[in-house]
Design a binder for this molecule. Structure first.
Ligand code: IVH
Length: 670
C-alpha cells in the first residue's frame, strides 16, 4: 500500500468508526455488530502502527465513543471511565493472560464476571446519599442523568452502613430485562410506535429520556460491577464488590475468582449456554485482575485498562423460512437486499427481517424462496442470513435474483467494478436519496438544524415543500404552522434553527453537501486547502490529489459533484441565502503571529473552549497543531485529565506544559 493510499484508508476508517460510534452511543441504533466494528478498529490500529506519522489524538483507536448530548448537563468523572479490550477466542484470551503474567511477578488471580449488555453508568454517593449519576460520555465527562437514575428501583438512595466512606463511586450497567422489554415493545406497537430493536437499545434510549416519569415506567435495573474509593477498603476487586452488595447494590452472584485459564474457560463455557436462562442479555464475560495493587501496576492505555478484558460470545443462530426478499434504497443510493422471514425467536427478540448484504452474498448462498435459512445476530444487532440448509430445500424453483432497476424510481441500477453494491445513479431525483441527503444536511455533525429528522423530512417532502436542501431556506412560518404536529412555538423554533444554521462554518457546510466519500475529516482538510467554494469548484483532480489525504477516489467524487449543473445551481441558491462558503470570512484570517513557528499539541479537556476551538485559535495566531508530542513540539496545551503517559513523554523530551488560563493570557484572551 502506498503512503497516500494508507492515509486515505486511515481517514476513511476513522470516519466510518466515528459514524458507528455515533450510531451506537448517541442514536442507540447501531447498524453493524460489535464484531464487525472490531474488525474495522483492528484494521485502523494496524495501519496506525505501520504508519505512525498519521497517528492523531482524535483517532477512535485512542478515544472511547462519546454518548453525550446537549439535552443534559455534563460533569467530569472523578476517575476516567474507560472501555474494555475485546477478545473473541481462546487464543486471544491466552495472549491476555500471558501479557498480564509477563508484566507481574507471581501467580495472578482473576475475577470472571458476566458482561451485561446495557449502558454503563457511574454513580457517586456522598455521605451515604445518591449524589450524581453520569453516563460514560467521552470517558472524561458524562451526561448528568441523576434524576433518571433515581427512578431505578434496585438502587439504594441512602445507605446507612458503618463501612461506607464519605464519598464513593459505583459503576455498573443499566439493563432492561427481557420481560420488561417484550412488554414495552408490545405496548409501543399497539400504540403505533416503532419497537426497540433489542433490550440494550431500549435501555440506552430510556436513560437519555428527558422525562423521569417515563424512565420510571420502563422499570430499568442496575447491575454493579465496580466500586471506586479514594481510600482502599479491601485490597481486591472481589471483596469490594461483596462490600457493595452488603450496602444494598445488586451485584449478580455469578462472579467467581479463577486462578488459571482452565477455570476461566470453564466459566465462559458454562455461561455461553446458560445465558439464555438469565432474565437479561449478556454479550460475553469480563475477566479482571483481582488484586488492586496488581491492577495499578498494570495501568491503562488511553482507552482500556490493561488489567481487564472481555471475551465476547459468538453470535447466536436460529433456523427459519425465507418468505420473500425486498430491496431498500439508502441515502447514498446503495440498494440493500432484505430477507423477510417467518418470525423466529433469537437471543431474546423476535426476528422477522434480516440483512442479505449484497448480490454476491445472495449468489453465494444460492438462495431460493421457501429455503430454510440460518439467521445470526452478530453482536445482537441486525440479524443476517449466514447459510442455507440445502438438505431441506423443496422444489421451489424461485431463485432469488437481484433486481435490475431501482425499486423507488425505476432507474437502471449500476455496479462499479471494484464495489460490492449496486446503486441507483439517479441521485438527484430518487426519493429516498433526496430525503436522505436533506436529513444528512440537517444532521448534528453537518448543519445541526434542530428539529429536522427523518419524520419531518418525510413530511416536508410529501407536501412538496422541499426537494433539495436549498429549499429549507425558503420555508416560511406560515407553511410550517399548518402542518400536522406543528404549533406556533414548534413552527417558529424550526424556522429559527434553519436560519441559525446559516452561520455554520464552511467546512461543516462542505460536509453537509453530502459529496460521496467526503466525510467530516476530509471536508475539514479540503476546506483548509481550498478556502473558498469557487476555488474548490475549479479544482482539477491533480490539484486535489496534492493534498496528502486525498487519493483518486475522493478527488474524482469531488470533481464529479461540481461538474453537475444542478448541484451548482443549488450551491448558488445557498450562497444567495448567505451561507458560509468561505468567501469573505474575516474570522478565518490570522489574528496575530504570537504562535508563529510554534507547534502546539492539545491534551485533555478544557473549560473555556472546546478542543476544536483551540485548534482553530492556535492557527489564527499563526501556530501549527501537532498531533502527538515529539521533540518538535513547542509546548503542550493541557486541560484536565491529561494522561500520565503523555505527561511523562513531555517531561522526558523537555517539552513544557501550559494550562488553559496561561494560554489564554498568552494570546490576550484573559
Ligand atoms: S468493567 C475499567 N465489568 O462493557 C473497567 N464492564 O465494553 C471497565 N460492561 O463500558 C468496565 N458488564 O459498560 C465491566 N462486568 C462488567 C461489565 C462491563 C458490562 C460494559 C461496560 C463497559 C463495556 C466495555
Amino acid at each position: 500500500m502506498k503512503q497516500s493510499e494508507a492515509k486515505e484508508r486511515i481517514l476513511r476508517l476513522r470516519e466510518e468508526l466515528s459514524r458507528h460510534n455515533d450510531l451506537y452511543y448517541r442514536q442507540n441504533s447501531p447498524i453493524i455488530s460489535d464484531f464487525e466494528y472490531d474488525i474495522l478498529m483492528n484494521e485502523l490500529e494496524t495501519l496506525e502502527k505501520k504508519y505512525p506519522q498519521f497517528i492523531s489524538e482524535d483517532s477512535p483507536t485512542l478515544r472511547v465513543g462519546d454518548d453525550t448530548n446537549k439535552d443534559f448537563g455534563q460533569y467530569s468523572h472523578k476517575y476516567p471511565m474507560l472501555s474494555l479490550g475485546n477478545t473473541y477466542n481462546e487464543g486471544e484470551l491466552r495472549d491476555f493472560i500471558d501479557r498480564v503474567d509477563k508484566l507481574t511477578d507471581g501467580p495472578v488471580q482473576f475475577v470472571c464476571e458476566l458482561k451485561f449488555d446495557g449502558v454503563s453508568i457511574s454513580i457517586t454517593y456522598v455521605n451515604g446519599k445518591l449524589f450524581r449519576a453520569l453516563t460514560r460520555g467521552d470517558g472524561v465527562k458524562g451526561d448528568d442523568v441523576t434524576l433518571n437514575i433515581k427512578t431505578v428501583k434496585n438502587l439504594p438512595h441512602i445507605i446507612q452502613y458503618d463501612s461506607v466512606p464519605p464519598e464513593f463511586t459505583v459503576r455498573g450497567e443499566v439493563v432492561m430485562t427481557r420481560d420488561v422489554f417484550n412488554r414495552l415493545n408490545d405496548e409501543r406497537v399497539s400504540e403505533g410506535n416503532e419497537p426497540f430493536a433489542n433490550p440494550r437499545n431500549a435501555a440506552a434510549g430510556t436513560i437519555k429520556t428527558l422525562d423521569p416519569k417515563v424512565v420510571a415506567s420502563r422499570d430499568l435495573t442496575c447491575l454493579v460491577y465496580h466500586l471506586l474509593t479514594d481510600k482502599e477498603i479491601h485490597e481486591n476487586h472481589f471483596d469490594n464488590l461483596m462490600e457493595a452488595k452488603k450496602w444494598g447494590f445488586e451485584v449478580p452472584g455469578s462472579l467467581v475468582v479463577c486462578s488459571n485459564i482452565d477455570e476461566i474457560l470453564k466459566f465462559i463455557n458454562y455461561w455461553e449456554k446458560e445465558r439464555e436462562n438469565l432474565p437479561y442479555d449478556i454479550d460475553g464475560i469480563v475477566i479482571k485482575v483481582n488484586s488492586l495493587s496488581v491492577q495499578e501496576k498494570l495501568g491503562y492505555t488511553s482507552k482500556n485498562p490493561r488489567w481487564a478484558i472481555s471475551y465476547k460470545f459468538k453470535a447466536e443462530q436460529a433456523a427459519t423460512r425465507l418468505i420473500s426478499v425486498s430491496f431498500q434504497v439508502g441515502r447514498t443510493g446503495v440498494v440493500t437486499p432484505v430477507a423477510n422471514l417467518e418470525p423466529i425467536l433469537l437471543a431474546g427478540t423476535t426476528v422477522k427481517r434480516a440483512s442479505l448484504h449484497n448480490a454476491d452474498q445472495i449468489e453465494l448462498l444460492d438462495l431460493h424462496i421457501d429455503d430454510t435459512v440460518f439467521v445470526e445476530k452478530g453482536g445482537e444487532i441486525i440479524p443476517k442470513i449466514v447459510g442455507v440448509d440445502h438438505s431441506l430445500r423443496n422444489d421451489n424453483p424461485d431463485k432469488v435474483l437481484f433486481i435490475p432497476n431501482c425499486p423507488e424510481c425505476g432507474t437502471e441500477l449500476v455496479r462499479n467494478e471494484d464495489e460490492a453494491n449496486y446503486f441507483c445513479p439517479n441521485y438527484l431525483h430518487c426519493p429516498p436519496q433526496i430525503k436522505g441527503r436533506i436529513e444528512h444536511f440537517a444532521g448534528r455533525k453537518a448543519m445541526d438544524i434542530d428539529g429536522i429528522g427523518e419524520k419531518i423530512v418525510d413530511l416536508l417532502y410529501s407536501k412538496g415543500l422541499v426537494v433539495n436542501y436549498a429549499d429549507l431556506y425558503d420555508l416560511s412560518y406560515d407553511q410550517i404552522v399548518v402542518l400536522e404536529g406543528f404549533q406556533d412555538k414548534s413552527a417558529s423554533n424550526l424556522i429559527n434553527s434553519i436560519q441559525r444554521s446559516k452561520a455554520m462554518p464552511y467546512n461543516r457546510l462542505l460536509f453537509a453537501l453530502g459529496i460521496r466519500h467526503v466525510g467530516e475529516t476530509v471536508a475539514k482538510t479540503v476546506a483548509k486547502n481550498f478556502n473558498t467554494i469557487d476555488k474548490l469548484i475549479n479544482a482539477t483532480p491533480e490539484q486535489l490529489m496534492e493534498i496528502d489525504e486525498i487519493g483518486p477516489k475522493i478527488a474524482s467524487s469531488i470533481v464529479n459533484f461540481f461538474a453537475d449543473q444542478e448541484n451548482l445551481a443549488i450551491i448558488d441558491r445557498l450562497r444567495k441565502k448567505g451561507l458560509m462558503f468561505g468567501e469573505s470570512k474575516g474570522e478565518e484570517k490570522t489574528v496575530s503571529n504570537i504562535l508563529k513557528g510554534k507547534t502546539v499539541v492539545i491534551s485533555g479537556t478544557f473549560e473555556k473552549h472546546s478542543r476544536e476551538e483551540y485548534k482553530e485559535i492556535i492557527e489564527k495566531h499563526g501556530g501549527k497543531n501537532g498531533s502527538s508530542i515529539s521533540s518538535n513540539t513547542s509546548f503542550v496545551l493541557i486541560g484536565s485529565n491529561m494522561g500520565p503517559a503523555k505527561k511523562e513523554k513531555a517531561n522526558k523530551l523537555g517539552v513544557s506544559l501550559m494550562n488553559e488560563i496561561e494560554f489564554l493570557k498568552l494570546i490576550g484572551e484573559y
